[in-house]
Write a protein that binds this ligand. Sequence first.
Ligand code: DQA
Length: 145
Amino acid sequence: MNFLILNGPNLNLLGSREPDVYGQTGYEALCRELKARAKTMGCHADCLQSNHEGALIDAIHEAPSRYDAIILNPGAFTHYSYAILDALKAVDVPCIEVHISNVHRREEFRHQSVTAPACVGQICGLGTYGYIAAMSYFVERENDA
Ligand code: DQA
C-alpha cells in the first residue's frame, strides 16, 4: 500500500514543541521511522507537513491518483477546518485521523474534531505510535479484503 502521512500546522516543530505533550522525537526523525515501519509492512509512505490549510487541501485532492490511504494529523485545523472536512469528503481515499496527545484530556476546544466525521476512525493519545497503528490497520484491512 502507498500511504500519505499528512501533518498540519506546528507539527514541523515536534521535538522542541511542548515535549511534555508531544514527546522528544523531531519531525524528520518521525518521518524516517514511519517510512521504515511502512517498509517492514511491505508498504511505502510519503510524509508531508504544512502550516497552510490550502497546501493540506491540495495534497488531499492529489491523493487519489497516488495513494491508497491517508493518515492525517490536522493539528489545530482539526477543531475548525470545514475546508479540510470537505476535502476529505471529496476524495475517495480512506483516512485515519491521528493525534499524538490525548485531546480529550486537554482544553475543551480540543475535544471536538470537525474533520473526524470524514475519517474511518480517529486515534489519539498513543503518541507517535498512533501513525504506526493507523498504517497497521489499513494493512490488516487490505489483507482481509
Ligand atoms: C494535535 C492536537 C491538536 O489539538 C493540536 O492543535 C496539535 C496537535 C496532536 O497531535 O495531539 O497541533 O493534533
